[in-house]
Design a protein around this ligand. Structure first.
Ligand SMILES: *Cc1c(COP(=O)(O)O)cnc(C)c1O
Length: 364
């Protein structure tokens, strides 16, 4: 079948067998199973964006000299499609992903994609692969990305890019479900420095975080938490999640966006929801020393990490070079659980959407 939408995304659907989602969701691990289709679009200096299509998922052909393979000119997004109890499908604040994708593209000297094209492409893929969207606790994780495709070893911005979207049905992100995660406080490696790419969602940031994540695993921790690059003093974020501290149930503290932290959409949503609950939210620098003292004094009652993949995950054990401490009772706290329930309710279309965050996908 080949059809064309008003913004010229060609559809090449391939007949598919019905996915056995129950079986797939039993398979452990995040991002290992993929749907039948993908989005592809091309950008070149002479033609701009062209050849946008949804097509059968297949390996990409890439020249070994393509600049992404040498200089890591690549950006991506992470977002989810949810199946509501009435079987309708929705996306959560997808225009925020489109906007951030272009902000990341600017930082990596890549072309911007029209937000309508980004959104239409994602929606078309979700519509075509809608049978792959789990119900209940699962969702369809969407991964839009763009890479430099020009075969050229000189160092400058490429003149040829590929935009692609793939999709993966996922269950709970952490194996333990709602169990609190343990963190390794990294004081050697840094994730991002002032003026660097910390605020861009780019593959290079993740490549640079892997040695620290491996160290966290060696130390028996689930995730690494990074401190600032200049003083190794201020808490920044995890490898792929922002972080919040709950102070005596009256206020939340989260590190400020200053160019070295990824501006999470979950983070922004939590700030809004917490404010609506009458909590004070302070976006301010928070040092590791303060964290340790506040945990010991009991001023810090909960802490959590947040991002699209895991939504909210309570932080239990915190291990560092000189020892370790526990936040609260070491389990996911009650405010963390409540905020998580509220956010998931909006994301799944269960709760009233006062802020117009849900984007419902018409079923054709
Ligand atoms: C994607 C990401 C986040 C979370 O952003 P969300 O929009 O909430 O998914 C946090 N930190 C890093 C480094 C990220 O890449």
């Amino acid at each position: 079948m080949t059809t064309t939408t008003e913004i010229q995304i060609e559809l090449h659907t391939s007949p598919t067998s019905q996915p056995d989602l129950n079986r797939l969701m039993e398979a452990p691990g995040f991002g290992k199973v993929f749907t039948d289709h993908m989005v592809l679009a091309r950008w070149t200096t002479d033609k701009g964006w062209h050849d946008a299509k949804v097509t059968a998922r297949r390996p990409l052909l890439i020249d070994p000299a393509a600049s992404v393979l040498h200089y890591a000119q690549e950006v991506f997004e992470g977002m989810k499609a949810y199946r509501a109890t009435d079987d309708r499908i929705l996306l959560f604040r997808p225009e925020e992903n489109a906007r951030r994708f272009n902000a990341s593209a600017d930082r990596l000297a890549m072309p911007r994609i029209p937000e309508e094209l980004f959104l239409k492409a994602v929606e078309q893929l979700v519509r075509i692969d809608r049978d792959w969207i789990p119900s209940g606790d699962g969702s369809l994780y969407l991964r839009p990305f763009m890479y430099a495709n020009e075969p050229f070893l000189g160092v400058r911005a490429a003149e040829d890019y590929v935009f692609c979207v793939i999709a993966s049905p996922v269950g709970a992100y952490f194996k333990g479900g709602a169990k609190a995660v343990s963190l390794w406080v990294e004081t050697g490696y840094a994730r991002a420095a002032a003026g660097g790419t910390g605020a861009a969602k780019c593959g290079g940031n993740y490549a640079a975080s892997l040695a620290a994540q491996a160290e966290a695993s060696r130390r028996g921790c689930d995730q690494v938490v990074f401190l600032d690059a200049a003083e190794h003093k201020w808490v920044e974020e995890l490898g792929g999640m922002n972080v919040f501290f709950v102070m005596g149930y009256g206020s939340l503290v989260t590190p400020p966006l200053g160019g070295t932290i990824l501006p999470g959409i979950t983070r922004a949503s939590i700030i809004t929801l917490a404010g609506e609950r009458g909590l004070r939210v302070e976006e301010r620098p928070y040092s590791f020393d303060e964290w340790r003292q506040d945990a010991a004094s009991g001023k810090l009652v909960e802490a959590f990490a947040c991002g699209t993949a895991a939504v909210l995950a309570g932080i239990g054990l915190v291990r560092h070079a000189d020892g370790e401490f526990v936040v609260g009772d070491g389990e996911t706290g009650k405010l963390t659980a409540e905020l998580r329930r509220e956010l998931v309710g909006i994301q799944k279309g269960l709760a009233e959407d006062k802020r117009d965050w849900a984007r419902w996908i018409a079923s054709d």
